[in-house]
Design a protein around this ligand. Structure first.
Ligand code: PEP
Length: 245
């Protein structure tokens, strides 16, 4: 882990409004961060990218979006391209969040296509993978993640080295039920093994699923857990800051 900088990314999901965002962003900016090398970022709803870029510009906090179109431009009503995200100086974009896989039927191949579109636009894709409770109970956690990652790995090691991977067991997202550090580490190690090749040691692999200040340190103590993707707790400045401390 010594060579990998810790990364704590917030996923606001479909929360926020101009007034609350201003308070949250200002609170993040006001916190002293000199004592930590942890990288921090927020992935916000599309309409608030301009507000976020304006607020965080020049700070050490990065920002990004929660989805991206596979297309560069054209007749794709409602979609947002990588170039548009770049216009708002996004650094990150989530791809394949379990909510999009489940509610928008995003396939493993589509998620890979989105990761590629992000890289083409000069963005860092945060590729989210994770098994359901039924899959975990059936002993299929690692095989599901291997399947989800296969089209992503097919983009080649040069591409993979520019990505962040987030392991988010579906049963732990928004449920208050966190994977134990050992459960998460087992999957993180399997993901790193699947990345193989030169450079796998460089790729940041985040854990996501009910991360809070109270459980973050024990997760981050594991050798292959390089940070967190944080949903609910990223909406409360003091909680998010405590995780990223
Ligand atoms: C997420 O949405 O990526 C997530 C991990 O949510 P939560 O922290 O609320 O479980």
């Amino acid at each position: 882990t010594a060579t990998r900088t810790r990364l704590v990314l917030g996923n606001w999901k479909m929360h926020g409004n101009l007034a609350d965002n201003t308070k949250l962003l200002n609170a993040l900016l006001a916190a002293p961060r000199a004592a930590t090398t942890t990288q921090m970022g927020v992935c916000v709803p599309f309409p608030y990218l301009a507000q976020t870029a304006l607020a965080l510009s020049g700070s050490s906090i990065a920002w990004g979006a929660q989805d991206i179109s596979v297309h560069a431009q054209g007749a794709y009503t409602g979609e947002v391209s990588g170039g548009m995200l770049k216009d708002f100086s996004c650094h990150y974009v989530l791809v394949g969040h379990s909510e999009r896989r489940a509610m928008h039927a995003e396939s493993d191949q589509l998620v890979s296509d989105k990761a590629r579109a992000a890289l083409t636009a000069g963005l860092t894709p945060v590729v989210c993978v994770g098994e359901s409770l039924a899959e975990r109970d059936a002993g299929q956690a690692v095989s599901v993640i291997t399947r989800q990652l296969a089209p992503v790995l097919a983009l080649g090691s040069e591409a993979v080295l520019k990505m962040v991977i987030a392991y988010e067991p579906v049963w732990a997202i928004g449920t208050g039920r966190t994977a134990t550090p050992e459960q998460a580490q087992e999957v993180h190690a399997a993901i790193r093994a699947a990345l193989k090749g030169a450079g796998a040691e460089q790729v940041q692999i985040l854990y996501g699923g009910s991360v809070k200040a109270a459980n973050a340190a024990s997760l981050f103590a594991m050798p292959d857990i390089d940070g967190a993707l944080v949903g609910g707790a990223s909406l409360v400045a003091e909680d998010f800051l405590a995780i990223a401390a």
